[in-house]
Design a protein around this ligand. Structure first.
Ligand code: NAD
Length: 427
């Protein structure tokens, strides 16, 4: 089939690369000229396992093409995916201007009937709004559909090839048939529904996962007060199939480009429908407060943080990505700096992005260097390599051997045996 993918960020890039590798002809389009120039050369704009390999293969077998020109991208397309960003506004509301701008360009460029599929995470009703933008710009018939994306950064290719489900929101038989045909080789349950329900599924899914995280973080605080171990409590919960064990790891809370924005977008959307989604406001509040809770733990052990050297391990919002959007590291570092702490930091891949947004932080390519003369190690992102560090060596490098494990990730018993003071979250 012939596809166009509008927006080549995490979702667009992965969508384009995966469908090209499944044998389709794909044009990826972006307004960012540098990004398109890089992609044409086989350079990925983001760090994502396997993506570069997929990109290079797609370019080599001439199934994957890139352009900044809508007419070129849409010339033969049967399906057009909208994958542009839907960032939050400063008041927590959603910014749909990129989606609407893409819709205007699509409307001006389509010359034959297409199915326009919104993959960006958007509030219900956006399909109708896109239709109203495109309709006056073209005499060609078109359909609107919604295929929300559930991939996770860090395992995006695998998630796209083996998704938990494929949600197909359609209002026409033609769009349904075409999207079922496109997804035919991907084995996963299909859920066919209307466009509006498909869009709500995505928001509700992220809100539910964020709820699990804030729930277990609240349980962790109770664990701290009574000396219980939240890792055992969450295991005990997760063994109940009605609950499930995923997203029940206590820690510094959720970040990333999706959860924070999608939760506040759902709150805003509900408000527009006359419903106060107070439940989700509390989920957000718990998440925000989790950073303060961690800082209090550090102060309890170290006293005043003024002129204390603190070493942060992990900056990305989660492992296996260089994405720092809404990363907990950012908020934590800001709070620690406000209290006068000196920050040293390491991350396996996110330092380049971190340098753009974090000031007065000394970055190290080597985690051991980041720990020299430090008053405490703060584990913020659970990169696997941090479990394999040589803690005997680290003990000799640090000024004070205190570890604050913001993800309950490091081997507590081993560290305590080595003589470290270890403080997790609810552990
Ligand atoms: P991103 O910021 O990485 O990429 C968006 C891309 O769209 C950028 O390259 C930008 O230049 C381009 N763009 C903006 N306006 C454009 C236009 N008018 N025409 C063409 N290109 C344009 O965003 P992302 O992380 O890929 O997210 C895209 C959407 O998918 C969002 O709605 C997001 O919520 C959703 N989503 C993201 C993830 C994720 O893990 N990142 C997962 C599921 C869903």
């Amino acid at each position: 089939m012939k596809l166009a993918v509008i927006g080549t960020g995490y979702v667009g890039m992965v969508t384009a690369a995966v469908f090209a590798n499944l044998g389709h002809q794909v044009w990826g389009l972006d307004i960012d000229e540098k990004r398109i120039a890089d992609l044409k050369k086989g350079k990925t704009p983001i760090y994502e396992p396997q993506l570069e390999e997929y990109l290079k293969r797609g370019l080599k077998n001439k199934r994957l093409h890139f352009t900044t020109d809508y007419s070129q991208a849409l010339r033969q397309a049967e399906i057009v995916f909208i994958c542009v960003g839907t960032p939050p506004k400063s008041n927590g509301d959603y910014d749909l201007s990129y989606v609407y701008a893409a819709a205007r360009q699509i409307g001006g460029a389509i010359k034959h009937d297409v199915v326009i599929v919104i993959k960006s995470t958007v509030p219900p009703g956006t399909g109708e709004a896109v239709k109203k933008i495109v309709q006056p710009l073209t005499s060609t018939p078109f359909d609107i559909a919604s295929c929300p994306e559930f991939l996770r950064e860090g395992s995006a290719i695998e998630d796209s090839l083996h998704p938990s489900r494929i949600v197909i929101g359609v209002d026409s038989q033609k769009a349904k048939d075409l999207l079922l045909k496109l997804h035919q080789p991907i084995k996963a349950p299909r859920l066919i529904c209307d466009v509006v329900s498909a869009q709500l599924i995505k928001y509700a899914a992220n809100a539910f996962l964020a709820t699990k995280i804030s729930f277990i973080n609240s349980v962790a605080i109770v664990c701290d007060r009574i000396g219980a171990d939240v890792t055992k409590v969450s295991q005990g919960l997760g063994l109940d199939p009605r609950i499930g064990g995923s997203f029940l790891q206590a820690g510094l809370g959720y970040g990333g480009s999706c959860f924070p924005k999608d939760i506040s977008a759902l709150i805003s959307f509900a408000k527009r429908q006359g419903y106060n989604f107070g439940f989700l406001k509390e989920i957000e509040r718990i998440n925000r407060k989790q950073i303060d809770y961690f800082v209090q733990k550090i102060e309890k052990h170290l006293g005043s943080l003024k002129n204390k050297t603190l070493s942060i391990l992990g900056l990305a919002f989660k492992p296996d990505t260089d994405d720092l959007r809404e990363a907990r590291s950012f908020y934590l570092i800001k709070k620690l700096q406000a209290k006068g702490a000196r920050i040293k930091a390491h991350d396996p891949v996110a330092i380049k992005n971190a340098q753009k947004i974090l000031k007065q932080v000394t970055f190290y390519k080597d985690p051991y260097q980041a720990l020299v003369d430090s008053h405490a190690l703060l584990l913020v992102t659970e990169w696997l390599e941090y479990q394999k560090l040589d803690f005997v060596k680290i003990k000799k490098l640090m000024k004070q051997t205190v570890i604050f494990d913001g993800r309950n990730f490091l081997p507590k018993e081993k560290l305590v045996k080595l003589g470290f003071i270890y403080e997790g979250i609810g552990r």
